[in-house]
Design a protein around this ligand. Structure first.
Ligand SMILES: [Zn+2]
Ligand SMILES: [Zn+2]
Length: 351
């Protein structure tokens, strides 16, 4: 039996473009609190417009009847993995119209600087500042540091930020971030990945650091991970543009499984006081050794690139096609992990 939920999440948008009504956007609150007590917006690709349409379809999406304007007035802060448009569009477009108190925008320095170039009185009016006292500005830039610490995102939530690789451009590698989002009273947490490229294609792999940090916490303290799978199967490596496909997601989850296995193994050898040196000589871990190692872990696939050309018998959303492909990649490994796809209007209880 799973422990009680610690967070509620409503998916406003879970795609990665080109459908502008379905861009990365998630509303989060602590379980047991009311939405009006304060919402953390994780990414802000889609915004109030997309939420209005979801509320028309399902007026009971939140606990009580409410409008998109009500819900966005409850947002206390935004958490941004990077400043690509499909992650900030809704925040920018709605910034001048948002009700409620001033809202913090959390991101690493570079992300906030990128956002400044949008709120520049050129692309868009300047509606944000770095100064706590500037109440005239609707948004307050708040820097996150990838220094191994948890930073409080009140009330009772903390975030640890890990940098990710998300492709490269003419000015060099482009960074995104993964967040460990923790409910402080229960110390339970989940991981939310921004866009990420395969470690196997990266000159300086970073996702493995996320897996190493996560491994000892799975599944007792950490049982939910949101991770992208932007492309369908067999999309060639030179056309990934800093994203995953099902084959690479499988490799990443195998890497996580290996870390969990290593953690359990090193715990055992510590108890039996075997020398740690042996660890380096160990053979690569076989599939058989990884069976069931991720039992209790739930993965939500996000950021699938929508298809706008779907006609004919298979008009399923791309996320359903990718979900099926990821499952068939992973099935032979029998890791025990549960795989789902996030979709707009979904209410997710995070345990
Ligand atoms: Zn994106
Ligand atoms: Zn991106």
């Amino acid at each position: 039996m799973s422990p009680p939920a610690v967070f509620d999440m409503i998916v406003v948008g879970s795609g990665g473009g080109p459908d502008e009504t379905n861009l990365s956007s998630y509303l989060l609150k602590r379980a047991g609190t009311c939405w009006e007590d304060g919402i953390i917006a994780v990414e802000a690709g889609s915004g109030p417009g997309a939420l209005s349409r979801l509320l028309l379809q399902n007026p009971a999406l939140f606990d009580e009847p409410c409008s998109a304007a009500d819900i966005y007035s409850y947002v206390r802060c935004y958490l941004l993995s990077h400043a690509h448009l499909d992650h900030i569009n809704g925040l920018v477009i709605s910034a001048g119209s948002l009700g409620g108190p001033r809202k913090r925008v959390y991101g690493i320095k570079k992300v906030l600087q990128d956002l400044e170039s949008v709120f520049s009185d050129r692309l868009w009016p300047n509606l944000a500042s770095w100064d706590e006292e500037d109440a005239d500005y609707k948004l307050l830039y708040s820097t996150l540091y990838s220094d191994g610490r948890y930073q409080p995102i009140p009330p009772d939530v903390s975030v640890q930020t890990m940098l990710l690789n998300h492709g490269a451009n003419e000015s060099g590698p482009y960074e995104s971030a993964a967040f460990f989002i923790r409910d402080d009273p229960s110390e339970r947490e989940f991981i939310f990945f921004g866009d990420v490229e395969p470690d196997s294609l990266s000159p300086k792999p970073r996702t493995r650091d996320v897996w190493r940090l996560a491994a000892p916490k799975i599944p007792n303290k950490l049982s939910t991970i949101f991770i992208e799978c932007s492309w369908p199967s067999e999309r060639p490596d030179d056309l990934l543009f800093g994203h995953l496909n099902p084959q690479h997601l499988k490799s990443e989850l195998r890497a996580l499984a290996t870390e969990v296995h290593n953690h359990k193994h090193s715990n055992k050898s510590r108890k039996s006081a075997k020398p740690q040196r042996k660890r380096q000589k160990r053979n690569p871990i076989s599939d058989a050794e990884l069976r069931g190692i991720l039992t209790g872990l739930r993965i939500y696939i996000i950021h699938c690139k929508d298809r706008l050309d779907s006609v004919g018998p298979d008009s399923r959303p791309m996320r359903d096609i990718i979900l099926e492909q990821v499952k068939s990649e992973l099935d032979p490994l029998k890791l025990g992990v549960e795989i789902l796809a996030a979709f707009p209007g979904m209410h997710i209880r995070i345990h």
